[in-house]
Design a protein around this ligand. Structure first.
Ligand SMILES: *[C@@H]1O[C@H](CO)[C@@H](O)[C@H](O)[C@H]1NC(C)=O
Length: 492
């Protein structure tokens, strides 16, 4: 058992919370502060205070959905930025962008310009993806092996935590009626992140493998891992050297290779299906307060329930960290996804039936909390890394970014359409957009998803081969077993 480097852990936690702050915060405060934003859009429209309900619904959902365009673009360009200017400066760039987005948002509220608010969300999501990738690369490459899991958990924890802060501060009784204050608050953590990232060291791996600078890499190792001993330093650098040789030998798979190689294609589709299941979390994070008000609750109860859901999800993320290490990945994912889909179905049914019997509306609150909990406890976190566990290493980067890109495209369309359609067609929208596709995805997972926990990628790929290839293998295995049994008999 290695010692945990508390200094490194604290540094990465502080940077995670401050660098990812805008991403969680600005996606959650629109949920609880929707009343004030409704007024803001009404005041800033071409003919102030004449905005119709449906105009508001389309405009608001477009402003929120802009997030996916920025985030997908940011994810795609961040890899090449990180290779060109380094991980540290990528993080710096992302955090400065986040700071800038908060300033733009602030002025858009003061000047009553809704397009400018949309632009601030575009800058925010672009920078969020860049700083998130910079942060994860920097700390993954700089921390000792036994701490890598803890460090990625930090990023996820920071996201749910900042979501909670956003939902909480967006409440009417806190800062929800004061949009300027609500946005101004977010300038503080972003400035801290921007300031802190200047004083970090570049990742040792980047310095050594990309810049060929062993002296600086040694200094970075001292900074991040507190390695002073020259011999130990040389060992770590030697490991990096071997990794470089391995990297040079392997060919990176292209999109075409993913499509034409059966087990890789199946792994990729399973990763995509898992991410797709998580898409329903966005309308919930964006609109739950408003949906609860439609079900007949007061503003106070609706925003309270939404905030409680975010709080409970934060707790579940911590519990999930232990569960993911203990239980079968396959069944944890299928189990929580099934609960999650039933929670949306339950929400829609309660909302529809509450017209006939009002107390049924409490089912909406129960289902909302169940949805948040089942997402955070396992489904969400597993969704983020399952693709990388299902495809061989040389396809990993391409598959991951492809899954993310496709997922964000679908999420963009779904979350843009959900709000206006919910308002016209009613809660049945959730069933069509999330329950039915979700059920198909779960069926796919039940049929094809192999167990990935504690297994070698070669075993997993073997299991992903389709029936034809499998039959061949089982025949070979039977033969092997037979001969093995004979050997045993012979020994006796
Ligand atoms: C905008 O303001 C007008 C005047 O107060 C009001 O009638 C209308 O319903 C408001 N629109 C929205 C979407 O709130």
């Amino acid at each position: 058992m290695h010692d945990i480097n508390w200094r490194l852990l604290a540094l990465s936690a502080l940077l995670a919370v401050t660098a990812i702050f805008q991403m969680g915060y600005t996606n959650a405060y629109p949920n609880t502060a929707i009343g004030s934003f409704r007024l803001f859009l009404n005041q800033s429209s071409e003919n102030p205070m004449t905005m119709s309900k449906s105009e508001f619904e389309w405009a608001w959902s477009a402003l929120l959905a802009v997030y996916f365009i920025g985030f997908a673009t940011g994810s795609i360009i961040s890899a090449s930025i990180a290779d060109r200017i380094g991980r540290k400066w990528t993080l710096f760039l992302g955090t400065c962008g986040s700071l800038l987005s908060a300033l733009i948002a602030l002025f858009s509220i003061i000047l009553k310009m809704s397009m400018m608010f949309g632009f601030s969300r575009l800058v925010m999501s672009l920078s969020a993806a860049i700083s998130m990738n910079g942060l994860i690369l920097l700390f993954q490459e700089s921390s000792p092996n036994h701490m890598k899991g803890l460090i990625s958990f930090n990023a996820e924890m920071a996201f749910v935590l900042t979501n909670l802060i956003g939902g909480l501060l967006g409440m009417q009784s806190i800062l929800g009626q004061n949009l300027v204050g609500l946005i101004a608050v977010s300038i503080i953590p972003s400035s801290i992140a921007c300031f802190l990232s200047v004083f970090l060291k570049e990742s040792p791996k980047y310095l050594f493998l990309k810049k060929n600078d062993a002296t600086e890499a040694g200094r970075a190792l001292k900074f991040y891992q507190n390695i002073q001993d020259e011999e130990e330093k040389a060992n770590v650098l030697n490991d990096l050297k071997m990794e470089r040789e391995e990297m040079q030998n392997q060919r990176n798979g292209s999109i075409f290779d993913i499509i034409s190689n059966q087990p890789v294609r199946r792994g990729f589709l399973l990763g995509f299906a898992t991410m797709q299941l998580t898409a329903s979390v966005w309308p919930v994070v964006f609109y739950s307060t408003d949906f609860l008000m439609d079900a007949g609750f007061s503003y106070e109860i609706s925003e309270g329930a939404s905030t409680f859901m975010l709080f409970f999800s934060t707790l579940c993320t911590i519990i999930g960290m232990f569960l993911v290490e203990k239980f079968s990945r396959r069944w944890l994912l299928i189990g929580t996804a099934t609960i999650n889909i039933f929670a949306i179905l339950g929400f829609a049914l309660s909302a529809i039936l509450s017209i006939y019997w009002q107390p049924l509306a409490y089912g909406c609150i129960a289902c909302l909390i169940l949805h948040g909990a089942s997402y955070s406890v396992a489904m969400g976190p597993i969704g983020w890394f399952i693709t990388s566990e299902l495809v061989p290493i040389n396809f990993r980067a391409v598959s991951q970014s492809l899954v993310l890109g496709l997922n964000h495209t679908v999420a963009l369309i779904l979350s843009f359409l959900t709000f206006p359609l919910y308002k016209t067609a009613g809660p049945i929208t959730l069933v069509i957009f999330f329950v039915i596709p979700g059920a198909v995805c779960i069926l796919m997972l039940i049929l094809y998803l192999p167990e990935t926990k504690d297994r070698h990628i070669n075993d997993i790929v073997e299991e992903l081969k389709d029936a034809k290839a499998k039959r061949k293998r089982s025949r070979a295995e039977a033969n092997e077993e037979e001969s093995h049994g004979m050997n045993k008999l012979g020994e006796e």
